[in-house]
Design a protein around this ligand. Sequence first.
Ligand code: SF4
Ligand code: SF4
Length: 67
Amino acid sequence: MLPIKIDYKRCNGCGICERNCPGDLIYMDQVTKMPFVKYPEECWLCGACRIDCPKECIQIIFPLISL
Ligand code: SF4
Ligand code: SF4
């Protein structure tokens, strides 16, 4: 499962999430001009992309952990 979910109906393609991800995991698709997580397995759910998104269209998907 992808660690973050982007609502493309709200996203304006500003690229802030791409610039601000501390792990450099988000890239802008050259064709659609929309962001995507290129290395989802490396995301550590820091939430920076969600907090910085001006359109509030990024959702963090926390994995369920069974104890
Ligand atoms: S949650 Fe953090 S590490 Fe994961 S994509 Fe967003 S900014 Fe990058
Ligand atoms: S910061 Fe938000 S509005 Fe801007 S490109 Fe990323 S997801 Fe889209």
